[in-house]
Design a protein around this ligand. Sequence first.
Ligand SMILES: [Zn+2]
Ligand SMILES: [Zn+2]
Length: 475
Amino acid sequence: MGRLPRILLLNEYTPIYQRTACEELARQVSELRKDEDALDAYLVDLQDLVESIRPHAKACSKWYKKFLDRRLRSIIEKLREEEEWDADLNEMSEGDFAPLKKHTNVVLPKVLSNDEWQEIRGEIVASMAEYRDARLRRERAALIQRRLLDLRRVVCKLQLGDRGFRTPEQDFGPRFADFALMPEFRTLVEAPSDMDIKRSTFRRKCAELPALFDRFDAGREAQLARLLAERLGRPADAPSTDILKLAVAWFHCDQCRKYVRCPGVFAHQCQRPYYHRTDREDYEDAYIYDVAKASTFHAWSTTKLHPIPEEDLAALRALIAACGLDPARATAEEMDALDLRVTCDEIPVPYASKSEGKLVMNWRRAVLSLPMIQGGNPVKWVRASDADKRRALSLEAKAHQALLMKPKHQKFLQCALCDEPWWLVTESHGDAFLVADHLRRHHHISMAEIHSKGVYMYMHPDGVPETPEVWLPFL
Ligand SMILES: [Zn+2]
Ligand SMILES: [Zn+2]
């Protein structure tokens, strides 16, 4: 094809060939393909023709572009006369009218006449209407994001309060994404575009917060109570939230594969997935995704939670019974008050190879260890003797300290001055040094202040470890 006359050259690399020239080439080649000499002669002539045209190709290309541009301007002028497309044309002009330029009725080497305009107007106007719809959708989405970010700032300031810093207790309550989904705030965020919704509008609404907090907490508890009642085979219509106080009221988090219960489950980070792990298209109600985008994390939900599965529930009931309480009625508070230690009758896999001794732990640690200890085989729990418990206590304290120093716990350190997920930009889950660096860079707090005051960072409840299990060597 390199031998075809380049009639026009849009740029150095994109030649345009005239259709009639292509058809002529095809016709000639097919006619001459059996006569090699004649074909060679034809191709040599053609090559000469190409060479004679080449010096003019750039000029032609320039002329053609100008020609098309004049036609585009004429069409824009016609649209401007209609007045209603001004906002769209103004926006389009920022991108050099790219959408119009590609329109089949625009890319024609013809001077636009009034008659032709009447012919093509319908199609051009239909494209403009499509463009307008897309523009309005974009503008509305941008407005919703702006309002959500305003609400986020209001909520963040509110949570800092007069103290000027956040506290770990707040992680158990509603966060910005939860606020934004409350109908009271959603109505404001989604108010008609011509309504002036400002931060002060959201601040005024915040006067209702204590009641909204109570409603939010009650809603979450009722949700969990229903899930648990169903698992325990109790009436699940409107169970009392007292069911959540039971020692068997544990939920499995499918995200991190750990057991959580009230109140830790309300702060648990897996219940608020990072918005990037989800797609807007997957939400029937796209507002849910838009809120997550403004917040970086989704609102709290039970999506990743399941009440303790049947096999672990049986093991947990056996554990409670081994401690001398009735599994159907015992509460977590009662189990905590006993402060017993338990062990297994046989050292289970994967602990078996670790050492010879007795594996001793409190009941909460025993629940957290269930998925690992069970390993498919039912475990027989035995209450540890008072002497064994005394031996375990000092070992537990040491193991607890060691656990706090592990990097996996440090990643739960939070900045107390903002709700930014600052670790996302560092691409590394944090430690005290990284949080301090964030405080210094973003909040201009000096290192001396960070170390002396101790209020600028705190451990998220997920990072507070349960008392670890310990090995008591056989005496
Ligand atoms: Zn989790
Ligand atoms: Zn911060």
